[in-house]
Design a protein around this ligand. Structure first.
Ligand SMILES: NC(=O)c1ccc[n+]([C@@H]2O[C@H](COP(=O)([O-])OP(=O)(O)OC[C@H]3O[C@@H](n4cnc5c(N)ncnc54)[C@H](O)[C@@H]3O)[C@@H](O)[C@H]2O)c1
Length: 250
């Protein structure tokens, strides 16, 4: 059950954090994994460590998800290295926490370019490979912020993640007849480098809102991805999976 043997998976932003946990978990289930990341040195290190642990083929490939040409080059390289693309996890993203009144245009553009535009163009550049695979699983990393506005995130982040939820439904509708599913994950507060920009007081306030009294781990999110990537998950599409310690019932 839920094995991914010989599936070819791409994880964007997989050099560290949630993406690295997804890459490792997929490898543990038998998949080949290509990590596409701006930090190519770290992507290669993470890929090598996963290969060492699980014995599957892994690759670290340079990609700036804010640049469409870079996405195309990286997707083609990953396809060539793995011999196909079955699973695409659009995980690369950045957080901004700037208050509404202080937001500048270049910050807005940067967050939207990486989080939302990048997700779309990764899907566009992987489309032919995913359809050719006759399997096709897309998992987009949205956020609780896109569902309920968030307490501490900036509006560019909130907007980008709400956009990803809509994009997920639109792509799911258009790709369904080709047996390519498209879902998103909406994590709550996950303990990674990303949230280090919050003050200790803000962190405590965030944790206090979680009914299961702890922050999430990167692996809490990765375990949700296994089902969406698996053969068994093939009848679920256009959905958002909330992994947040019960925050909406809190
Ligand atoms: N940590 C959380 O609480 C949380 C909650 C909800 C959603 N998320 C989402 O999960 C995803 C992963 O977050 P994380 O917490 O692991 O963050 P992280 O900062 O630890 O990792 C982000 C990764 O993305 C890569 N990246 C950044 N900009 C890039 C670019 N332009 N091109 C390619 N790669 C780039 C980084 O190099 C890094 O490897 C993000 O989309 C984030 O919005 C995180």
């Amino acid at each position: 059950m839920l094995r991914l043997d010989n599936r070819c998976a791409i994880v964007t932003g997989g050099a560290q954090g949630i993406g690295a946990a997804i890459a490792e978990t997929f490898a543990k289930q038998g998949a080949k994994v290509a990590i596409l990341d701006l930090n190519v040195e770290k992507a290669k290190e993470t890929a090598a460590a996963i290969k060492e642990k699980y014995g599957v083929d892994t690759y670290g490939i340079a990609m700036n998800v804010a640049n469409v040409e870079s996405i195309e080059t990286a997707m083609n390289a990953a396809n060539e290295a793995m011999g196909g693309i079955d699973i695409l996890v659009n995980n690369a993203g950045i957080l901004n926490s700037t208050p509404i009144a202080d937001m500048k245009e270049d910050e807005w553009d940067r967050v939207i370019d990486i989080n939302l535009k990048g997700t779309f163009f990764c899907i566009q550049k992987a489309e032919s490979y995913l359809k050719a695979s006759k399997y096709g699983r897309i998992i987009n990393m949205a956020s609780m912020a896109g569902r309920m506005g968030a307490h501490a995130s900036g509006m560019a982040y909130v907007g980008s993640k709400a956009g990803i939820i809509g994009l997920t439904k639109g792509v799911a509708r258009r790709f369904a007849a080709d047996q390519v599913t498209c879902n998103c994950i909406c994590p709550g507060i996950i303990a990674t480098d990303m949230i280090k920009q919050w003050s200790p007081e803000e962190m405590q306030a965030q944790e206090d809102r979680i009914p299961i009294k702890r922050l999430g781990t990167a692996f809490d999110v990765a375990y949700g991805c296994i089902y969406l990537a698996s053969d068994e998950g093939g009848y679920m599409t256009g959905q958002g999976l909330d992994i947040n310690g019960g925050i909406y019932i809190g």
